[in-house]
Design a protein around this ligand. Sequence first.
Ligand code: ADP
Length: 473
Amino acid sequence: MTVRHDHWIGGKAAAPAGGSYLPTLDPSTREPGDEIAAGSPVDVDRAVTDAAAAQPQWARRSGAERGELLHRVADVIDAHAAELMELERVATGKIATQLRFEVEQSAAYFRYYAGVVRARHGRTIDLGGGSHTYTRLEPYGVVAAITPWNLPLNQACRALAPALAAGNAVVVKPSELTSISTVRLARLASEAGLPDGLFNVVTGTGPEVGTPLAADPRVGRVTFTGSVATGRHLARIAADRLVPATLELGGKSPLVVFADADLDRAAAAAVSTVATNSGQVCSATTRLLVEASVHDELVARVVAAVERLTPGVDFGPIITEAQYRKVLDFFARTLASGLRPATGGAAYADGPGAKGLYIRPTVYAGVAPHLPVAREEVFGPVLVTLPFEGEDEALALANDSEYGLVGSVWSGDVARGLRLAERIEAGQVAVNGGPLTVETPFGGYKASGYGREKGIEALHEYARVKTVSLSLY
Ligand code: ADP
């Protein structure tokens, strides 16, 4: 029997004012799943009203008290990890290792900000003996978080934890494809003691819920992860209202491999790019730039390895029929332009991959940098490779993109790795597989957006600085 999931507003389940529900689908089987509330501006209004009512008292609590409650949210995520993983699995078809990572990291966000908020403080500014001047870090009030489908719960927690830690209340609008885990977490958080009204979830479509939420005059800050087009739309709404926004958008990030690199590890990183969420990750390093002398050897290794990947075991499906068609259309367009893939370039005709929305991991080798395949974000399991000669060309190619989210550099010469890290136009660069974690600030340059998630930076992002100055005489 189909279960219907309502919004979570003011610490309670709330049926949609319009009375209708939206279907969901398991992309690994194409079978229908539960239904979610089809939200409307009326539901948004209710959620923002409850958030605005709850927030001032929350902001008055000490960082230690807020942190204590955030620890409890982390604990309930851990205690319900298997259930949350299963909710995410039926919505996305993701493989178990990925699900575990995402749910564990969801808890880690709460633990990290629960601790860090206790070490956060304003400054005193010495203006001489006749005065006392200091800064306060104050919340925005109600934060709107509009989240995508590729790491649903994880990205909700990435926004929720620092926003709540900083003293805000949050209204989350999850993707209509993957809302159920976020609604479930809101209920669990309430049961764990998080005061009513601080963590609200209104489900539904972007135009019916996301737009009115960002436009609500009581919302003090907008945080969004998703496509460039929607990011621009929400940034315009925020600009009209003169409220700040954090936008985490697309990418076509470079993975740069020099001949002196550990080629086994570099090849594994390239394979992971196509396998992880089937390439449906904004930070995927989908342009493999390889020093010409080892290009063919490295590409042969990568192709052999991706051909060994099994759908449903090593990687998951594409999220929707529409996105699946979009990737297949991309293949058809690329073929029509005369470019054949070294491997992949099609869906599965039979076997386990044919049951769901799986696409064969695909590599286009030795492509010219001006081609659409080397420039457009595909959001599927698609890697392009480009040869280069020397450091200058590597850097020019790495930066030859409208995007600037991530860079990955592999070289036996660490100084060279760091030189490139300085000059790559991206919000984060990993040299020889350096980790990027909850602690490391994350965000874009150029069309990949602005603002920073994760790290201490995100905590500052959700607070405004007020200067207080007192004359002592
Ligand atoms: P994708 O194309 O990867 O699905 P979107 O940017 O469309 O990415 O979706 C990311 C989030 O933005 C989802 O929660 C989605 O519902 C929301 N969204 C989409 N369109 C709009 C819109 N017009 N206004 C507000 N939110 C939107």
